[in-house]
Ligand binder design. Structure first.
Ligand SMILES: CC(C)(COP(=O)(O)OP(=O)(O)OC[C@H]1O[C@@H](n2cnc3c(N)ncnc32)[C@H](O)[C@@H]1OP(=O)(O)O)[C@@H](O)C(=O)NCCC(=O)NCCS
Length: 279
C-alpha cells in the first residue's frame, strides 16, 4: 500500500471501531509498523523550517494495541516477557547498522533506528519513535512512543524523551540534529528542541514550563498547539522562579523553571563534544 492508501485505510478501520475486521486491522497495523521501521512513514516529519505531525500514525498504533493479543515470549532460563503480539521487540538482526550493546535494552517494533546508532544498556525505544543516524542513546535513556530524534544527537544517561500514547498528547517530542541532552533531563509533552541546542543535566521541559531566555530577554511558553520550542543552539539549564501567588511568594515557595543562559559557544562545544572513538 502507498503511504496515502495506508493512511486512508487506518482511518477507515479506526472509524469502524469495535466493528472493524480483526485480521484486516492486524495486517494493516503490521504494515504500518514495517513502514515506520523503514522510516518511509513517520509520526512527524520535517517540513521547511517546522514539523508536520501525522496524527493517523498514532491512531494506527492505538488500533493495533486494541486488536492485539498478549503473548508470552520465552527468553531462556528463568527469563520471559509478555506483550501485545504486534509490538514485540525488534530483533537486532533487523537493525544491522546499529550497535545494540548487551544488557537489557529493547527496541520495540515500529521504531526506526538509523545507521550508526548506539544503544547503551539498558535503554528503551518505543513504538513509532524515529532515531536518526549516528545518535547515541545512553544507559537508562527512554525514547518514548513516536518521539523524533535527529542525527548525531546525544541522549545522556537517564534522559527521558516522552511519548504520545499515555497520557495522550497531540504532538510527538522532537529533538533535532546535533542536540545534546544532559543526564537525567526530561523532554515531555510535545517539546521541540531545535538544531544544536544543549539541554543541561536535570532540565525538565513540559508544555507548561516557562523558559527564561536570557540572551533575548523573553519568556518562551508553549504555543496554541501546545508545542514548546527551544531555539537552535540555545544552552538550557535548570532554574527556579518565585510563584505568582502572593502567599506562596511570602513563604518563599519557588517552582522549577528552565533558563537559556546563552547560545552554544566553544566552551559548551567542548563539554558536549561527541567522542568519535565510541562510534
Ligand atoms: C550545560 C552544560 C553543558 C554547561 O555548558 P557551558 O557552556 O560550559 O556553560 P557555562 O559554564 O559557560 O555556564 C553558563 C552559565 O550557566 C550556568 N550553568 C551552566 N550549567 C549549569 C547547570 N547544569 N545548572 C545550573 N546552572 C548552570 C553557569 O553557572 C553560568 O552562569 P553564570 O555565568 O551566572 O555563572 C553543563 O552544565 C551540563 O549540563 N552538562 C551535561 C553533563 C552531562 O549530562 N553529561 C552526560 C553524562 S552521561
Amino acid at each position: 500500500m502507498s503511504a496515502r492508501t495506508l493512511e486512508e485505510h487506518v482511518n477507515q478501520l479506526a472509524a469502524a471501531g469495535a466493528d472493524a475486521d480483526r485480521d484486516d486491522v492486524r495486517s494493516t497495523v503490521a504494515e504500518l509498523l514495517s513502514e515506520l521501521e523503514s522510516g518511509r512513514v513517520r509520526a512527524a516529519s520535517p517540513d521547511g523550517d517546522g514539523w508536520t505531525v501525522h496524527p493517523w500514525v498514532r491512531v494506527g498504533i492505538l488500533l493495533g494495541f486494541r486488536f492485539a493479543d498478549v503473548v508470552r515470549v520465552e527468553a531462556g532460563g528463568a527469563f520471559g516477557f509478555s506483550d501485545k503480539h504486534l509490538f514485540l521487540p525488534r530483533h537486532p538482526a533487523s537493525m544491522p547498522g546499529a550497535r545494540l550493546v548487551p544488557g537489557g535494552s529493547a527496541v520495540r517494533r515500529g521504531a526506526h533506528i538509523g545507521q550508526g546508532v548506539i544503544l547503551m544498556p539498558p535503554c528503551y525505544v518505543n513504538v513509532g519513535a524515529f532515531v536518526d543516524e549516528g545518535t547515541m542513546i545512553d544507559s537508562h535513556a527512554l525514547v518514548g512512543s513516536c518521539a523524533q530524534i535527529g542525527r548525531k544527537v546525544h541522549l545522556s544517561a537517564g534522559a527521558q524523551v516522552g511519548g504520545v500514547l499515555e497520557p495522550p498528547v497531540a504532538a510527538p517530542v522532537v529533538v533535532e540534529d546535533g542536540v545534546f541532552v544532559g543526564a537525567l533531563a526530561a523532554l515531555l509533552e510535545g517539546v521541540r528542541v531545535r538544531h544544536g541546542a544543549v539541554i543541561g543535566a536535570g532540565v525538565i521541559l513540559t508544555a507548561s514550563t516557562p523558559v527564561f531566555d536570557l540572551p533575548r530577554k523573553r519568556v518562551l511558553r508553549a504555543d496554541a498547539r501546545g508545542v514548546l520550542e527551544i531555539p537552535e543552539r540555545a544552552v538550557v539549564v535548570a532554574g527556579s522562579r518565585p510563584m505568582a501567588d502572593a502567599w506562596a511568594s511570602e513563604q518563599g515557595v519557588r517552582v522549577s523553571a528552565a533558563v537559556i543562559v546563552k547560545d552554544r559557544d566553544q566552551k559548551t562545544d567542548a563539554r558536549a563534544a561527541l567522542e568519535e572513538a565510541l562510534r
